[in-house]
Design a protein around this ligand. Sequence first.
Ligand SMILES: Cc1ncc(COP(=O)(O)O)c(C=O)c1O
Ligand SMILES: N[C@@H](CCOP(=O)(O)O)C(=O)O
Length: 465
Amino acid sequence: MKYISTRGNVEARGFIETVLMGLADDGGLMIPEEIPVVSAATLKEWEALSYQDLFLKIFSYYTNDEIPYEDLKDMVAKSYSSFRNPEVTPVQTITDKLHILELFHGPTFAFKDVALQFMGELYSYISKKQGEIIHILGATSGDTGAAAIQGVRGKEGIRICVLHPHLKVSKVQELQMTTVNDANVLNLAVKGNFDDCQGVIKELFGDLDFKGKHHLRAINSINFVRILAQTVYYFYAYLQVAKQQKLEKINFSIPSGNFGNVFSGYLAKKMGLPINKLIIATNENNILERFIKTGVYKSGDFLSTHSPSMDIQIASNFERYLYYFLGEDSQKVSEYMKKFQQEGQIVIDAEDLKRVQAEFSAHGVKNAECLEIIGKYKAEHDYLLDPHTACGIAAYETFGNDNEVCVSFATAHPAKFDEAIRLIDIKQQFPAEIEQLLSLPQYQTIVNNSKEEIVAQLEAFYNRA
Ligand SMILES: Cc1ncc(COP(=O)(O)O)c(C=O)c1O
Ligand SMILES: N[C@@H](CCOP(=O)(O)O)C(=O)O
């Protein structure tokens, strides 16, 4: 398996080189040259597998034996040994039509742990085996940063700098990142929003001299391995539900921001998983909803909502979808992305929009609806949703019908977002791991939304002896 860029100007690479490259050197995103297809018979055989074994089966299509099987197995075992549930991502059945896939049983209580625990192991492996210098640079709206820091803290040969929007993440998210005082961790709190943070890191990854000089590596979903690791739980969820009930096709409802999680589902579908609709749930930052409904991809004004991790206006992985939507024509992708940069929008015609709508539905959830759904599920099912998960459920309720089975993703634990939960007078007990953060000192450097200031901080950090 080789990997290529959505923009077509990078020579095809192997798996490890693709991981190290992160953002493609031509500014695009790396994708597999060909997507392997899993037969229905193989899928049936996979029903009996544990999460870890399923992960190994799926990754074996993609790693080209660049990592010996026993080494990969060891990494996978270590990655998921830190999860509080032996199933890693257990399915909770709410009704025979609605299942919730709980993705928050990892160390930082959000779905990002599923991929980032593995990525931490993988980077550590590559650093030791190949003597690679791993200087991670990431942007976060709260969860990726916390999970990435947990994934690599204290690991030899790795340094990590994470940019988060100052005071625009939840208190628990901030504490999870900034109470870490390890020498290999730098937290920059940027006076701006997530799009600003992501914009700066994309610019720095795009500066090939800077990227090469500092050995910059990515942990965001711009890195294909993040996407692939997230694909595993689509298969896992389907297989768990298929064991319980007769299933032909399944829908997934996905709280969305950067489009990484949805794209993982799109990849799973292309690999042969019988997915009917991918339901995109956004909050009031609804660029994706507007695209699915109108065919216009154009960012709007940034809004702070009850689901801050989804406060994203420019959905990074949209470019990966665009590549397939445009018939795998990288020249066209480059033209569309150039247009987006210059004119601020991409517009598709009515015929093309029908193709999009055949695969996706979308619902933008307003703050009031989000809280209403949290209250409703607590009262009716005694299940406490976090505000991101609530967006997914609200979208399911909008599109669900009696003939279709849906798995809705629980992307975070409610304790991470108590600010919203408190608004509807629900008192929750924090898990001990979160409770103990409340009394710890914090370490972060507040910077202006200025590339120069951020670069100065990075130079000092990566050059430190
Ligand atoms: C809790 C939570 N839910 C949903 C999302 C959206 O996922 P994606 O960015 O992959 O669309 C995020 C952030 O990415 C998140 O942290
Ligand atoms: N919501 C994310 C934003 C970054 O997304 P990623 O999937 O590209 O890492 C976060 O929590 O940081």
